[in-house]
Design a protein around this ligand. Structure first.
Ligand code: AHR
Length: 495
């Protein structure tokens, strides 16, 4: 099949906010214990953090990591995780029906984040708690005053404030699985009052209010409208979450990125409707702070043995077609970078994650590691709108889905233009013609491909069946994209 991409230097979507390449660590399963933290591990540092995992996280150049949940945060008492480790209480975690030892808490996590070269995106508990706890927490983390909580941090050995800039007002409060789930009105009120106290303590922060935990929630739309009506003047971003499953075959699965695109555009419209209603200059942008593929291990905690410490939960084993969809989802985030300023691949280690570990053993890369890594390393600059001339197929819900899913990121300063492209055809190669306008002197310098003949191939600690490879650059005018493949095309300015 032939396809053409028309790219014009002047057709700018937006500068990419690097925070769209964020991720997420929740106290859930082996994300923390056995994931980032394992004091007895050979590679552990003096704080008990696994060096092998830190190295993989640094390879990904993750700009922000959301913490400590997720559903977990709605029952979390942050005070349990500070001070002398031997005195920290063991508690029941009702979100995941596990035991939380509190060996790792905020102090420890911010130390890990520094070592991982990332920033913390902090979430406050708006389930069992509310504004009172939130004001104490932000004083503890960011306070510079000679007052109780800022002094408590100093007593615990942290003279300098942590300086967390990004705060989530709870998590998925629209879902009845959430500890202390709320109606839109109930959530909107508590989120507003919490936003006020958080900002009074630290006016420099940015705040994210909960949108819907899925596009297909029965309250989607109404929830957003009510939350925005109350919180508009106090927040900066509205959150979106989505996880896709492969239920109707590969073509439909790979089309899920179109659903994500629609979710983003609809939610941005809801924000703009409220903006118009208020005649406000303020734009509420989007934080897609949980996205991934997740279906094999859904609801696992309901049947797994209860009250274990760090049981293996949600350890989704990603295959090659998951990597293709992850690539398409990253492309969708880039193409919506005018509204999506933050996004978190959920999650980072062991729990629906690009990085897996064995307790006491090795760490390795799942298939989705690669599109995520390349997007984070090479997807920096301005996103250009990419006009594609390509055939399309029809998805299960009757949508027209182009075989080629692509984004273009232009970094003028460094003389680099990068095209991310997924060929969604299961049968045909795409012979791609790229037309560059206003970009004279740019030529193809590198072609990285992720391809595996077997769509169901997975990686393991023994074998990386799905791994990128550098393709030969041919002298011909078109670029060949293998059937069902992810590709990164790097064009460089000739000096
Ligand atoms: O990422 C796993 C869970 O998915 C999170 O805890 C929750 O917010 C979402 O439902």
């Amino acid at each position: 099949m032939k396809a053409k991409l028309n790219i014009n230097k002047n057709e700018i979507i937006s500068k990419i906010d690097r925070r769209i390449y964020g991720s997420f660590i929740e106290h859930l399963g082996r994300a923390v214990y056995g994931g980032i933290y394992e004091p007895t591990h050979d590679s552990a540092d003096e704080l008990g953090f696994r060096g092998d995992v830190l190295e993989l996280v640094r390879n990904l150049k993750v700009p922000i990591v959301r913490y400590p949940g997720g559903n977990f945060v709605s029952g979390y008492n942050w005070e349990d995780g500070i001070g002398d480790k031997s005195k920290r209480p063991r508690k029941l975690d009702l979100a995941w029906l596990s035991v939380e030892t509190n060996e790792v808490g905020i102090d420890d996590f911010q130390a890990w984040a520094k070592r991982a070269n990332t920033d913390v995106m902090m979430a406050v508990n708006l389930g069992t708690r509310g504004p009172d706890e939130a004001r104490a927490l932000i004083e503890y983390c960011n306070g510079e005053t000679n007052t109780y909580y800022a002094n408590l941090r100093r007593e615990n050995g942290y003279e300098e404030p942590f300086g967390f800039k990004l705060w989530c007002l709870g998590n998925e409060m629209d879902g009845d699985w959430q500890i202390c789930h709320k109606t839109a009105e109930e959530y909107a009120r508590v989120a507003t009052e919490t936003a006020k106290v958080l900002r009074w303590v630290d006016p420099s922060i940015e705040l994210v209010a909960c949108g819907s935990s899925d596009h297909h929630m029965p309250t989607y739309g109404e929830w957003e409208s009510t939350v925005l009506e109350h919180t508009y003047d106090y927040i900066d971003y509205l959150s979106l979450h989505c996880y896709y499953g492969n239920y109707k075959g590969t073509p439909d699965f790979l089309a899920r990125a179109e659903d994500m695109d629609r979710f983003i555009k609809e939610t941005a419209s809801i924000c703009d409707k409220e903006r118009a209603r208020r005649n406000s200059d303020k734009v509420i942008n989007l934080s897609f702070d949980e996205w991934n593929i997740w279906y094999r291990t859904k609801d696992e905690e309901k049947t797994a043995p209860r009250w274990l410490v760090a049981p293996p939960l949600l350890e989704e084993k990603f295959n090659f077609e998951d990597a293709l969809l992850a690539g398409c989802m990253l492309i969708t985030l880039q193409n919506n970078s005018d509204r999506v300023k933050i996004a978190c691949l959920a999650q980072l280690v062991n729990v629906i994650a690009p990085i897996m570990t064995e307790n006491g053993g090795v760490a390795w890369k799942q298939t989705i590691f690669y599109p995520y890594m390349y997007a984070s390393l090479f997807g920096n600059g301005v996103a250009l709108s990419t006009k594609a001339e390509v055939d399309a197929y029809t998805s299960a819900e009757g949508w027209n889905v182009p075989y080629l899913c692509s984004s273009t990121i232009f970094d003028e300063e460094n003389g680099r233009l990068v095209i991310f492209a997924v060929n969604r055809s299961l049968d045909d190669k795409i012979e791609l013609d790229v037309s560059l306008k206003g970009l004279e002197g740019y030529t193809l310098a590198e072609h990285i491909e992720l391809y595996c003949d077997d769509l169901k191939a997975t990686n393991s600690k023994e074998e990386q069946r799905v791994a990128p490879r550098k393709k030969e650059i041919s002298c011909g005018s078109s670029i060949s994209l293998e059937k069902h493949s992810w590709n990164m095309l790097v064009f460089e300015r000739n000096s």
